[in-house]
Write a protein that binds this ligand. Structure first.
Ligand code: ADP
Ligand code: MG
Length: 326
């Protein structure tokens, strides 16, 4: 198959005929914005044997690739619209792989209402992929990492650590604590994280937060980003961290590991105490689990530290914060 027949057969259908993509026949895509809108843009790279295994197959690889990108748009409170795809194929990207890969993208396009508008295709020894995603926000209304204030409550969506456990199961670790159903649940959470798009949009719309991050490297690492950017310290409580019924089976030290596990793609965000009630109403209407895990504090001598406490309010020493890329 030539590069151009690949684009024509597999990628062009993903444009949904949207004029922005210009039929994938031009050097650029062209995006127009409404007067009161701004673009938010994010890029992720996805490398074989680092972010995925070839054995995961095209469907799961594509799905996770686009889900993690969508999660960045969620962290800004944006509405996803378009993406462009960097596609480095190797000999394992056969027709089945391509079909599955595009099916993975298409499913999410339908769920989140976005489409492909361009990209680049190359051959490589190892396969790797990259997406640049474009979303919109109302002018000036954005969630950012530096907007937490002293006294704000720290909330997280969903449950923490499932994806990290799923990865360990995928890599062959034998958890006899978990039954088959729990293992499947944890694997699903690893392969198919849920980008919290609606939550991000609603937090802005209802003026409930203007500070958020998506948890990609680990709860502690990403909370540290909020602290450093907002120039605050944080105090959080292990018994308040939401865990799935599977993860609940673990000991405290094992749970502590999950806080630096990464790949949760939940939203971590700051909320004024007076808005707590409204936030819990929002949780109900979105049918989402939103948990308060602690609060931001003025830092002592400019140290933007995280204090983690156990059931008896004793400090737990944090040894690892999250995944380090290099
Ligand atoms: P150029 O040579 O100018 O870099 P290409 O020949 O690589 O352009 O691409 C031709 C068209 O196909 C462009 O519109 C480009 O956006 C699109 N395209 C190439 N690769 C991909 C891809 N992986 N996904 C989506 N569109 C792609
Ligand atoms: Mg060109």
């Amino acid at each position: 198959m030539t590069e151009f027949s690949l684009i024509e057969k597999y990628f062009k259908p993903l444009t949904n005929g949207d004029s922005v993509a210009r039929g994938l026949a031009d050097d650029v895509a062209k995006i127009s914005l409404k007067k009161n809108e701004e673009l938010v843009v994010s890029k992720d790279m996805f490398v074989e044997n680092v972010h995925f295994l070839a054995a995961d197959g095209g469907f799961k690889i594509a799905s996770k690739l686009l889900r993690t990108n969508l999660s960045d748009i969620a962290a800004a409170g944006g509405k996803p619209l378009y993406y462009s795809l960097g596609f480095a194929k190797n000999k394992n990207c056969d027709e089945k792989f391509l079909k599955d890969f595009c099916r993975g993208l298409k499913e999410l396009q339908n769920e989140f209402g976005l489409c492909l508008i361009g990209g680049d295709t190359v051959s490589s020894k190892e396969m790797f992929f990259s997406i640049t995603i474009f979303g919109t926000i109302k002018k000036g209304k954005i969630l950012s990492r530096n907007q937490a204030k002293d006294g704000d409550l720290i909330f997280t969506s969903g449950t923490i650590g499932d994806a990290a456990l799923g990865l360990r199961i995928k890599l062959g670790e034998d958890f006899n604590k978990f039954d088959k159903k729990e293992k499947n649940y944890l694997l699903e959470r690893h392969f198919f994280p849920t980008p919290q798009i609606n939550l991000g949009i609603k937090l802005l719309e209802k003026n409930l937060s203007n500070c958020a991050i998506d948890i990609s490297d680990g709860l502690l690492a990403d909370l540290r980003h909020l602290c450093e950017e907002s120039k605050l310290a944080a105090e959080i409580y292990l018994p308040k961290i939401p865990f799935s019924s599977a993860a609940q089976k673990l000991s405290n030290p094992q749970k502590l590991d999950l806080l630096s596990g990464g790949d949760d793609y939940e939203l971590l965000f700051a909320v004024k105490p007076r808005n707590q009630k409204k936030l819990l109403d929002l949780a109900k209407s979105l049918k989402l689990n939103l948990s308060c895990i602690g609060s931001f504090k003025k830092p002592a001598n400019k140290k933007f530290t995280i204090t983690l406490r156990d059931e008896e309010n004793k400090k737990i020493t944090i040894k690892k914060f999250g995944y380090e890329h290099f």
